[in-house]
Design a protein around this ligand. Structure first.
Ligand SMILES: [Zn+2]
Length: 422
């Protein structure tokens, strides 16, 4: 496509600030905390229909998920959590693409801590506020803006485009898994998670575990006749901290060079004891353990088990009462699409065309749906979008409207290049 035609598409996006803001506000104003995505998906389906997209809307069932439950976790609810895929068929002979955005959001917490209400969509200057504005309804609007601009400029593409609006990302990725199991495939997948307009070509994994330690209760005044589960947990915890430091030194990856702690081991929940003067007989600790791209999730789970058991073997009590290790909820495997591959290269060229600047390439320390598309769907997948993950799960989450426009320009240029014009 000539630079003149491309310029026309970019101008279309540049001139649509009002439409962008209204569309994003509409989506932000429909609360869609993970598990409760029905209402927002109704509106998304409508938005797809208004654009003449072919619609596939369905609910993924528990039976379909069960063989993959290690990856996404069992869901508290399966009903009224539809995925919606909008398809624009190409004229043929082009490469296809899947554009993915999740519509579920994390709970906003106490709304009184927000300066601009979590469901307000309030605009101040260049910023649009609200839960999900950055993570990642802004990403869905990015796709719509790109499609609208191409349409308005009369651009026809050869390859198929699928926009997958999915549920349940924040709790393991049940919606994206369902989309893959439904049979939706493409030559590449782009997720517009808030990456601050950088290309995320790799992300670390996060395995969620529950560790149960058994002690022996006794009156606190005679604590030596009991065994404190808390005291038995401490050496295990310290050993895991040492392991985290060792692994951070040993595991090197060019995209993670700037990240001080690439594979955090963090316990977010501890429960132990019944009474101040009773030696606690059980302790339950739940946490997340990070792993790097290239590490196999199941092999790593076994390494974690061996590491904990090695501590237990040095302790006579734990030797006889071994800690119990379980993997609970969705497990985020790590994922990487090599930046030399055609799809990341195409995205870099598109960003350059849209902004005149080279595209920074980075790794991310958090898990995302990307792993499901690469690992289970076996499609190249990367992330790139407006918004900053640093504000994503916080009060006063917001997104830069100018950055959404930039991301939409990049996506439009990517579609033109990847799917080819007719
Ligand atoms: Zn997200």
């Amino acid at each position: 496509m000539s630079d003149d035609q491309m310029r026309k598409v970019f101008d279309e996006i540049g001139n649509r600030r009002d439409q962008l803001v209204t569309t994003l506000q509409e989506l932000v104003r429909i609360p869609s905390v993970t598990g409760d995505e029905g209402a927002v998906q109704d509106r998304v389906e409508q938005m797809f229909r208004e654009r003449g997209l072919e619609i596939d809307r369905w609910e993924t069932t528990r039976d379909e998920i069960l063989p993959y439950v290690d990856h996404v976790g069992d869901q508290p609810r399966y009903e009224d959590r539809p995925n919606v895929v909008g398809i624009r068929r190409g004229a043929g002979e082009g490469r296809s693409i899947m554009l993915n955005a999740h519509v579920d959001v994390v709970d906003p917490g106490d709304a009184s801590f927000w300066t601009h209400g979590p469901w307000s969509g309030e605009v101040v200057g260049d910023l649009l506020y609200g839960r999900g504005s950055a993570d990642m309804k802004g990403g869905l609007v990015t796709f719509l803006m790109a499609l609208d601009a191409l349409e308005a400029a009369g651009v026809e593409l050869a390859g198929d485009i699928r926009i997958a609006s999915t549920v349940g990302e924040e709790d393991g990725g049940f919606g994206s898994l369902g989309t893959i199991l439904r049979g939706h495939r493409a030559d590449a997948v782009l997720i517009t998670e808030p990456t601050k307009l950088a290309l995320i070509a790799a992300h670390a994994g996060s395995l969620v575990c529950r560790l149960t330690i058994t002690g022996k209760s006794a009156h606190g005044a005679m604590r030596d006749s009991g065994v404190s589960a808390i005291e038995k947990f401490i050496p295990i915890f310290q050993d895991l901290q040492n392991w985290e430091a060792d692994r951070n030194r040993e595991l090197q990856h060019p995209l993670f060079a700037d990240i001080a702690n690439k594979i955090p081991i963090s316990f977010g929940y501890l429960r132990s004891g019944e009474w101040h003067s009773t030696v606690p007989e059980t302790l339950v600790a739940e946490g997340r353990i990070g792993l790097m791209p290239g590490e196999d999730m199941y092999e790593f789970q076994e390494q974690v088990r061996q590491r904990i058991m090695a501590v237990a073997e040095r302790d006579p009590w734990l030797w006889e009462h071994p800690p119990k290790l379980e993997w609970v909820s969705g497990q985020f495997a790590p994922s990487e699409t090599k930046q030399e591959e055609p799809f990341p290269q195409a995205l870099m060229a598109a960003h350059q065309r849209a902004t005149g600047q080279p595209l920074p390439v980075q790794g991310a320390p958090y898990g995302a749906d990307m792993r499901l598309y690469t690992y289970i769907g076996e499609m190249p997948c990367v992330m790139y979008g407006a918004g900053d993950v640093a504000v994503a799960h916080q009060n006063d989450e917001h997104i830069s409207i100018a950055d959404v426009k930039t991301a939409a320009k990049t996506v439009a240029a990517l579609l033109v290049d990847w799917c080819r014009t007719t």
